[in-house]
Write a protein of this length. Structure first.
Length: 170
């Protein structure tokens, strides 16, 4: 009987963790969507679609595709692309680097040095390696670090609203 109770406990905890992880992906995708409305790209980066490329996180990619079906960024449709390596990344407005690929941030930053692209990482501290925004959890809540200097070095303009809601880092 004790084994059965323990087994059910493990199953319930596992289900809750899976649900929480799925919710986290949804929240991160919503943050990414909101970033599209609060970043200005130079006219040279204007395309018919706003392109968000995901490198290394299929859950975030799936959540972004749900959003892209029903939302736009201003008057632009949102197109979600995926890549397995830096070389596969198409011309993008935002590149999201999943935590499993976080070791690639320096290379990703270097490869996009001359591009007007917002680099967002799913690992705390990567602003020092070239990310403009990184996700982290503080007291159980999803937050983000933001480096206005990194973002502006990519020739992007960020609204004060996004800067003030994040944790400013250099």
């Amino acid at each position: 009987m004790k084994k059965m109770t323990l087994l059910w406990g493990v199953i319930v905890i596992g289900a809750l963790c899976t649900e929480m992880k799925g919710q986290t992906a949804t929240f991160k995708a919503l943050f990414l969507y909101n970033f599209t409305k609060n970043i200005d790209w130079p006219s040279s980066a204007e395309n018919s679609d706003l392109v968000i490329t995901v490198l290394g996180d299929h859950e975030i990619e799936a959540e972004l595709k749900k959003i892209a079906k029903v939302k736009k960024s201003g008057n632009k449709p949102i197109r979600i692309a995926s890549a397995n390596s830096i070389k596969e990344i198409p011309k993008s407005h935002i590149i999201f680097l999943g935590s499993a690929k976080s070791a690639l941030m320096s290379n990703l930053s270097h490869a996009n040095k001359s591009n007007a692209v917002l680099l967002v990482a799913d690992k705390k501290g990567l602003c020092s390696n070239g990310a403009g925004i990184t996700f982290l959890t503080v007291n159980g809540k999803l937050r983000y670090e933001i480096s206005q200097n990194q973002i502006e070095s990519q020739r992007l303009k960020v609204t004060q609203k996004i800067v003030s809601l994040g944790i400013a880092v250099e």
